[in-house]
Design a protein around this ligand. Structure first.
Ligand code: F6P
Length: 312
């Protein structure tokens, strides 16, 4: 997110605009907590994770009264445009402020990568690589000990991170909220894997999967003849750390594109990456909506695991 703050600030300053950073997201808008951003205040932040402006989940902003007050604060301060960086909830808030007369632009930023009309959101690639590094490490110990390992990654409502880290990490199975779990099928795959002499068995599970990582871990341990299982919950390590090159470039491009949209007077849109281009997507098409997980990629994960009965 710091890359997006820097991208917005530097592009707007070059246009001769005044830039203010809102502290703690919508909560800061309600409290009118802003600080002036100049060229130097966004220096040295590109390699830092999180957001230097802070963020918060605001209960008050969700109410119509809260939204009205936030809009009044902005209009009272003479703010001519607002760039909102965040996921589904943040973008829905941006749409509400737009309806209340604020020229808003959205930048998708969520490690869930579930915002429609953009191939990637800011933060996804870094979080994915963090999860992947852990899975690789776990695979080393899994192979040495001949154990099954269940690894829980983030994704309360969305299995993107789990699915992609399972594919990239060569996991044997994946659990995501979007598809029905099949614990017996996983156990079968585990037995086949053991019979074929595979030294490890990795299952990646999204936080919000219907069969949780902890439940599957216990199920494996309770089943006689299965591998012994170990459970790792990666948690918030996936939300921090120095952003990788892809995220630094994406956030800078999106920040600049957001200001260009403001300059062109086209507000009420989100910047979305489509192919190589930054497109402007009307906020109602993304606000409060989620992009479904691609079933073909889910299929691919099973095929690449190479454990189907027909391949046995
Ligand atoms: O929406 C992004 C996300 O990282 C989800 O994947 C995760 O379930 C949630 O946020 C965690 O939120 P919090 O840090 O508020 O518990």
């Amino acid at each position: 997110m710091n890359g997006a703050i820097r991208g917005v600030t530097r592009t707007a300053l070059e246009r001769g605009w005044e830039v203010w950073g809102v502290e703690n997201g919508y909560e800061g808008l309600l409290e009118d907590r802003r600080r002036r951003l100049d060229d130097r205040s966004v220096g040295g932040i590109l390699h830092r994770g999180g957001t230097v402006l802070g963020t918060a989940r605001s209960k008050e902003f969700v109410t119509p009264e809260g939204q009205r007050r936030a809009a009044e604060n902005l209009l009272g301060a003479g703010i001519g445009g607002l760039v909102v960086i965040g996921g589904e909830g943040s973008l829905a808030g941006a749409q509400r402020l737009f309806e209340l007369g604020i020229g808003t632009i959205g930048i998708p930023a969520t490690i869930d990568n579930d915002v429609p009309h953009t191939e990637m959101a800011v933060g996804v690639d870094t979080a994915l690589n963090t999860a992947l590094e852990s899975i690789d490490r776990i695979k080393d110990t899994a192979s040495s000990h001949q154990r099954a390992h269940v690894v829980e990654v983030m994704g309360r409502n969305c299995g993107y991170l789990a699915l992609m880290s399972a594919i990239a990490g060569g996991a044997e199975a994946v659990l995501v909220p979007e598809f029905e779990p099949d614990p017996e099928g996983i156990l079968e795959a585990l037995r086949r894997s053991y019979a074929r002499g595979k030294p490890h068995f990795i299952v990646v599970a999204a936080e919000g999967a219907a069969l949780t990582a902890a439940e599957l871990h216990e199920y494996i341990n309770r089943t006689p003849g299965a591998f012994e299982s170990r459970l790792t919950v990666l948690g918030h390590v996936q939300r921090g750390g120095s952003p990788l090159a892809y995220d630094r470039i994406l956030s800078g491009r999106m920040g600049a594109a957001a200001v260009e949209a403001l300059v062109g007077g086209e507000t009420g849109v989100m910047i979305g990456l489509q192919g190589r281009r930054m497109e402007r997507i009307p906020l109602p098409e993304v606000a409060g909506k989620i992009r479904p997980l691609d079933p073909e990629l889910y299929e691919l994960a099973q095929v690449l695991a190479g454990l189907s009965a027909s391949g046995a």
